[in-house]
Design a protein around this ligand. Structure first.
Ligand code: GLA
Length: 728
C-alpha cells in the first residue's frame, strides 16, 4: 500500500520506495504538512513545535491556546485569510469582494491507480504495473460554498508524487479566484539553496543556484506560455547538496501557460516552496456549479543528490508523461530545412535536401517555415495553412510523395496559434486575434496570437491542421509558437480574468484531438527554440526543439540545465553549419555531433555546401546514431561536470542495466598547456570490467569511476572525445 491512513493520528502517509510524504488532519480539521523525506514509518507529528509567538494569531477554535498558530505551523494547502501571513496557495473573494476562505477537511478517499485531470495534461500510471495510487482530500468552506479536492498521485517505483487541486463552487454566488497554486511544501527548518533555470531566446535554461534569504524569491512567466525566461521547474536543496550527495526536492509544473514558483523563508526560519498558475492576468470567476482545476505539479525527493532526482523525473516524463508511438519507438534522424534555406525554400531545393539526407543516412526531411500562404518572409501568411504551390512548384501531396519515393519520411512546420495581419485568415476574422478593442495590439515578429479560448478558433485550427496532414503521408509536425501573449482580451469571454487559462485549455484540447486522430504522428514542440519546454507540452509532443541556438558550446550549458528536469529523449538537438549562424563560432563537426547526440539527433544545414570529407564524416555519424539511439533515448543521463565552471564538459548515458555507456566530453577551452584532464563516468557496475570500443582496451569499472579516462591531447579548438564502454 503506497497510501496509508492512520485513524488514530489522522495522518495520511504517501510512501514510495525511498521516500515518504506525510500530512495530518489536526484536531480542528486543518491540514498540516508533516514531512517529505527519506522513507519513514509512524506518525511524525513530533516535528511540530508549539510556542506562544507575538503577532502570530490563533484560530478561534484554539481558544486560549496561544501556541497554536496558522502563521507558524506547516500547512498543506494554505489559504489567504486564515491567520497565516505567508504566501498562500489560494486567494478567493466572494461576491461582495470580501477576501478569505477558511477550509476544513470533510472527507477522504484512497483509490488504486493515478487520477487524471479533465482537460489538462497529467502523469498517467497504472494501478497494477506501476502500483500507482490516488489520495483525494475534500476540504470545504460552508459560508462560501467552496469545495476543494486535493489530489495526490503516488508512483512508488519512481519516487514521484504528484499534486493537483479541483475547486468547486457549491454555493449560490460567484466566487472570484485571484490566486491558485497547485502545490506547496512547508519545511519546518533547513538552510536551503534554490535552483532555477533562467534564460532568454537562444539561451534557455541556464542553471542559477543561490541561498534563500528572508522574504520571497519568485520566478515565473507572465507571458501566457511557460517561457524562455524561466522554466516551470525548480529544485530546493540543502546548501551542500551535489550531484551525488545531499537532500533535494523538485517541483515540476505539468502546464505550459504562465506560472509562478516561489520560495519563502519566513520569520521563524521555515521555508515554503510553492508552484502554480501565474497571478498576473488571472482572476477567475467561479460561478455556482462550476469547477476549476489547478494543474498538476510533479514532486520528487532525493537524499542522494541531483542525479537521482533527475533520474526520477526522467523516468516519469519518459514513460508517464510522453505518449503515443514515439514514446517508445526510436525517433527518426531528421534533416531540417530552416538553417539550410530559411524562407527560400522551393520544391526543388527541398527535394535536393531530401536526396542528400537519404544519401547521408537520415530518415526524415522536415520542411520548416515558408511553405504556405504568402509566406515569403515573417511578415505574412501565418493562419493560411494551404501550400504555396508557386514556391513548391507542385502540390504539397506531390512533394510528400516525391520525398517518400526517395525513401525518406516527410515532416512539416506549422505555427497554429498565430496569425499575421497580412493573411487571408486575419482579413476574414480580425476578431479572432487577442487584442483589446480600441487599443493597438502589441506586435511581435509581425504576428498576433489567435484566441484559443474560443471554440470556433480551435475548430478552425483542427480542420486546417487535419487538411494539411491529409495531403500526404506526413509523419512529423513541428508545432511552433513565436511570441508571448501581451493582451489577454477575448471578444467572446464573459470575463477577461479567465482568458489565459482558457487559452491553455483550448490548446490542450486541440492537441488532444490531433494526437487522438493521428496517434502515429510525431509532434515536436517548439517555441522560438525552447520557450515552451515543459511537462505539459511533453504530454502531446515527446520531443521539443531545445533552443534556436545550435552552437555546440552554447548548447553545453543549455542542455546541461535542461537535463536537470528533462530526459535526453525530449531534447531536440541538431548539427548545424559553421561558422554557426547564431554565434559565428567554429567548432569541429565531431563536437557538434557529440553534443547533438545528447538529444533527439538531426541536422539543420545544407549538405551540398559541405566537403567530401565532411559528408563522409556525417555518414559515420548517422550510422553511429542509429546504433546508439535506443541507449540515448532510454538510458540514464549523468552530468559529469558543470560547463559553466569547468574546462571540460562531460556527460554519460548509461543503460538501465549498466551494460553500456556512451561517455562524451567536450573541451571548452584548450588554450595554453593544459593540465591532464580525466573524464570520470558514473553508473557503471561496480566490480565489472568495461571494454572501450574505440581502443579495444579493457578497464575496471571502479578505476574508471574513481580516476576516469584521460582526455586525449586536443587536435583542434573545442575538441571532443566519445567513448563507447561495454561491460565484458
Ligand atoms: C522558430 C523556430 C525555428 C524555425 C523558425 C521558423 O524560431 O524555433 O526553429 O522553425 O521559427 O520561422
Amino acid at each position: 500500500m503506497a497510501i496509508v491512513y492512520d485513524p488514530t493520528y489522522k495522518t495520511y502517509t504517501l510512501h514510495t520506495e525511498r521516500t515518504s510524504y506525510q500530512l495530518q488532519a489536526d484536531r480542528f480539521g486543518r491540514l498540516l504538512h508533516l514531512y517529505y523525506g527519506q522513507r519513514s514509518e509512524g506518525c511524525l507529528d513530533y516535528l511540530l513545535t508549539f510556542a506562544d509567538r507575538g503577532f502570530s494569531g490563533n484560530p478561534y477554535e484554539a481558544g486560549d491556546e496561544r501556541s497554536y498558530s496558522m502563521d507558524a505551523l506547516p500547512q498543506e494547502f494554505p489559504v489567504q485569510g486564515t491567520g497565516d501571513f505567508r504566501s498562500p496557495l489560494l486567494i478567493v473573494r466572494d461576491e461582495s469582494g470580501t477576501f478569505g476562505c477558511d477550509l476544513k477537511l470533510k472527507g477522504h478517499a484512497i483509490r488504486a491507480g493515478k487520477y487524471a485531470l479533465e482537460g489538462l495534461p497529467a502523469v498517467y500510471a497504472d494501478a497494477e504495473a506501476d502500483g500507482a495510487e490516488t489520495l483525494e482530500l475534500r476540504l470545504e468552506n460552508e459560508r462560501l460554498g467552496m469545495r476543494v479536492t486535493l489530489l495526490y498521485g503516488v508512483l512508488p517505483k519512481l519516487d514521484v508524487i504528484t499534486r493537483a487541486a479541483v475547486l468547486e463552487n457549491t454555493g449560490e454566488g460567484t466566487l472570484r479566484v485571484e490566486k491558485l497554486q497547485s502545490a506547496c511544501l512547508d519545511f519546518v527548518g533547513g538552510d536551503f539553496d534554490l535552483l532555477c533555470f533562467y534564460g532568454r531566446h537562444a539561451m534557455e535554461r541556464q542553471l542559477e543556484r543561490g541561498p534563500l534569504r528572508h522574504g520571497a524569491t519568485v520566478i515565473g512567466s507572465r507571458r501566457g506560455y511557460s517561457s524562455h525566461q524561466y522554466n516551470p521547474f525548480v529544485i530546493l536543496a540543502d546548501r551542500g547538496t551535489t550531484e551525488t550527495a545531499g537532500r533535494c526536492w523538485a517541483m515540476q509544473f505539468v502546464y505550459s501557460g504562465g506560472f509562478r514558483a516561489e520560495a519563502e523563508l519566513d520569520q521563524y526560519g521555515q521555508t515554503r516552496l510553492q508552484m502554480g498558475l501565474a497571478e498576473e492576468g488571472f482572476s477567475y470567476p467561479l460561478r455556482p456549479g462550476e469547477k476549476l482545476t489547478a494543474p498538476e505539479v510533479i514532486l520528487s525527493y532525493s537524499a542522494a543528490g541531483f542525479e537521482r532526482l533527475s533520474h526520477n523525473l526522467h523516468r516519469c516524463i519518459r514513460r508517464h508523461i510522453c505518449r503515443g508511438k514515439y514514446r517508445d519507438a526510436v525517433r527518426p534522424l531528421l534533416l531540417n530545412s530552416w538553417e539550410a534555406s530559411y524562407f527560400n525554400i522551393s520544391g526543388e531545393s527541398l527535394l535536393a535536401l531530401a536526396g542528400e539526407a537519404k544519401e547521408l543516412g537520415m530518415d526524415l526531411l522536415v520542411m520548416d517555415d515558408g511553405w504556405f500562404g504568402e509566406r515569403w518572409d515573417d511578415r505574412a501568411g501565418l493562419g493560411d495553412w494551404t501550400a504555396n504551390e508557386k514556391k513548391l512548384g507542385c502540390t504539397l501531396g506531390e512533394l510528400v510523395g516525391r520525398v517518400n519515393a526517395l525513401g525518406l519520411k516527410f515532416g512539416i512546420w506549422m505555427e497554429p496559434e498565430m496569425v499575421n495581419e497580412d493573411s487571408a485568415l486575419f482579413r476574414s476574422h480580425p476578431d479572432w486575434a487577442l487584442a483589446i478593442p480600441g487599443e493597438k495590439p502589441v506586435r511581435a515578429r509581425c504576428q498576433l496570437v489567435l484566441d484559443l479560448s474560443r471554440r470556433e478558433v480551435c475548430d478552425y485550427l483542427f480542420t486546417s491542421i487535419c487538411a494539411v496532414l491529409e495531403q500526404g503521408n506526413i509523419e512529423y509536425l513541428k508545432w511552433d509558437l513565436n511570441r508571448s501573449i501581451a493582451e489577454a482580451f477575448s471578444r467572446t469571454a464573459d470575463d477577461q480574468g479567465r482568458v489565459l487559462y482558457d487559452y491553455m485549455l483550448g490548446l490542450y484540447d486541440l492537441l488532444e484531438r490531433i494526437t487522438a486522430r493521428y496517434p502515429d504522428l510525431l509532434i515536436e514542440g517548439c517555441s522560438g527554440g525552447g520557450g515552451r519546454f515543459d511537462a505539459g507540452m511533453l504530454y502531446y509532443c515527446p520531443q521539443i526543439w531545445c533552443s534556436d541556438n545550435t552552437d555546440a558550446i552554447d548548447r553545453l550549458t543549455i542542455q546541461y540545465g535542461t537535463s536537470f528536469g528533462y530526459p535526453a529523449s525530449t531534447v531536440g538537438a541538431h548539427v548545424s553549419a559553421c561558422p554557426n549562424h547564431q554565434t559565428g563560432r567554429v567548432t569541429p563537426l565531431a563536437t557538434r555531433a557529440a553534443v547533438a547526440m545528447a538529444g533527439t539527433f538531426g541536422y539543420e544545414l545544407d549538405p551540398k555546401k559541405l566537403s567530401a570529407e565532411e559528408r563522409e564524416e556525417i555518414r559515420h555519424q548517422t550510422a553511429a546514431y542509429h546504433e546508439d539511439a535506443p541507449l540515448i533515448q532510454d538510458g540514464l543521463y549523468y552530468r559529469l561536470s558543470d560547463p559553466a565552471s569547468e574546462l571540460c564538459c562531460a556527460w554519460a548515458v548509461v543503460s538501465e542495466s549498466g551494460d553500456r555507456c556512451l561517455l562524451s566530453a567536450v573541451l571548452q577551452n584548450g588554450h595554453g598547456y593544459l593540465p591532464a584532464i580525466y573524464v570520470k563516468p558514473r553508473g557503471l557496475t561496480p566490480g565489472a570490467f568495461y571494454r572501450v570500443r574505440e581502443s579495444g582496451k579493457r578497464y575496471p569499472a571502479d578505476a574508471l569511476m574513481d580516476m576516469g579516462l584521460p582526455f586525449p591531447q586536443p587536435a583542434a579548438e573545442y575538441d571532443c572525445c566519445v567513448w563507447h564502454l561495454e561491460r565484458v
